[in-house]
Design a protein around this ligand. Structure first.
Ligand code: PMP
Length: 438
């Protein structure tokens, strides 16, 4: 019997490159036909053939409260009835910027004094880098191998996410002089950080770093690393850009930065980028930071950035509703679900005799087919990645949708109830057996 997903994928490939609008969706590394989703509610998604799955993708992070939360949907519907887009400032934008600035504070530390809303994480990091260059008058950017910050030209060198999944060194189409402005160093390696600053310190505008890496699988920063990055950058007159597009408002009310401050790791990034949860599933992202740097943005300052749909009223409504609903209890629920599923995953793979680790960073976790959690990209790439495809498909056949790449985190939501978590746990042993046979 022909599956509706197969029909749609065939049709899609005749009109959309690879049949998808974002590469990892194509199942390139796990094989098979991507599920075309028709609807989603709570912890579950339903595909075009009517099959339901417990979802661990959560739209790649945004759905912290679960899919189609009634209050978020109602907020978007209300906003839609008042107009889809104005291209003019709105009251909601002021409210959302204020909420973001107020949430990202721990004690007296308050790194976000100004906020600008954009539509994607890619725009947020791209703008943050331009700002850092404008603020310092320098050109070079330091990034870490395996970190993903979106698809702007200078950030695709040794990037994670789809670039990692497709095992690409970077992207075609990036001019060599632009790529030459990005210095890529190993993650979790203080010596590499010291060396790059020793050699190029006076020309480095910024270091950009995922607050905790989650696009080469989950790779937490070693204790003190983020503080060392801030200290080193500042000692050389460079800025630290903390990329919280994935972690922001997901791992803690104040992001991974907040989690670290509470653990006593204090540091102040100059700019922070947000995305995913902050837009509650609608196209919205943001950058924030010190007023002295942020006020260099046009129209106050000389660094240009703009957007027809920036601060879109539907997106702002979804973001505001999401952050209002994202109470400490929500984080406690997601944290507990992550602890439970990470432990069950670990147990199932151990029972099946599969060499593995379950790397964690806050409530983010995933699987790595290595004896220990990797600390950098080179090690993450040495894993038995071939075990993931059978594991993934065995989970899917049992009604659990995992991210279609071993290099992506598994996303739980506050809507994953005991039944959903139980369904994931019930599926794990057979999937672990499939991974063992690979
Ligand atoms: N930064 C990080 C850390 C991300 O995880 C992502 C997306 N996964 C981005 C930036 C880019 O965001 P977007 O896909 O919205 O452009």
């Amino acid at each position: 019997m022909i599956d509706r997903n197969d029909e749609l994928f065939d049709a899609a490939r005749t009109v959309i490159p690879g049949g998808v609008n974002s590469p990892v969706r194509a199942y390139g590394s796990v094989g098979g036909t991507p599920r075309f989703l028709a609807s989603a509610r709570g912890a579950k998604v339903t595909d075009a053939a009517g099959r339901e799955y417990v979802d661990l993708v959560a739209s790649w992070g945004p759905a912290l409260l679960g899919h189609a939360h009634p209050e978020i949907v109602a907020a978007v519907q209300d906003a839609a009835a008042r107009g889809l887009s104005f291209g003019a400032p709105t009251e909601g934008e002021v409210e959302l910027a204020t909420v973001i600035a107020d949430r990202v504070r721990v004690g007296d530390a308050r790194p976000v004094e100004r906020v600008r809303l954009v539509s994607t994480g890619t725009e947020a990091t791209m703008t943050a880098i331009r700002l850092a260059r404008g603020a310092t008058g320098r050109d070079l950017l330091v990034k870490f191998a395996g970190h993903y910050h979106g698809h702007s030209d200078g950030l695709l060198a040794a990037a994670g996410s789809g670039v990692a999944t497709l095992a690409l060194p970077g992207s075609a189409g990036v001019p060599a002089p632009i790529a030459a402005h990005t210095l890529v160093i190993d993650y979790n390696d203080p010596d590499a950080l010291a060396a790059v600053f020793a050699e190029h310190g006076e020309r480095i505008a910024a270091v950009i770093v995922e607050a905790a890496a989650a696009n080469m699988g989950v790779v937490a920063p070693r204790p003190g690393l983020n503080a060392l990055i801030a200290e080193t950058a500042h000692a050389h007159g460079a800025l630290m850009i903390l990329d919280e597009v994935l972690t922001g408002f997901r791992v803690h009310p104040a992001g991974y930065w907040g989690l670290q401050q509470e653990a006593g790791e204090t540091y102040l990034p100059d700019l922070i980028t947000f995305g995913k949860v902050v837009g509650g599933g609608m196209p919205l992202a943001a950058l924030g930071g010190r007023a002295a740097v942020m006020d260099l943005l046009a129209p106050v300052g000389p660094v240009y950035q703009a957007g027809t749909l920036s601060g879109n009223p539907l997106s702002v409504a979804a973001g505001l509703a999401t952050l209002r609903l994202a109470t400490p209890e929500v984080y406690a629920t997601v944290d507990a679900a992550a602890v439970r599923i990470a432990a069950s995953l670990d147990r199932a793979l151990t029972d099946a005799g599969v060499v593995h680790a379950v790397p964690r960073a806050g409530n983010l976790f995933g699987v790595a087919f290595l004896p220990e959690a990797p600390h950098d990209y080179a090690r993450a790439q040495e894993q038995d990645a071939f075990r993931y495809a059978p594991f993934f498909h065995a989970m899917r056949e049992q009604g659990v949708a995992l991210p279609p790449s071993v290099y992506e985190a598994w996303f739980l939501t506050a809507a994953h109830g005991d039944d959903d978590l139980g369904a994931i746990e019930a599926a794990l042993p057979a999937a672990a057996e499939a991974a063992a046979r690979a």
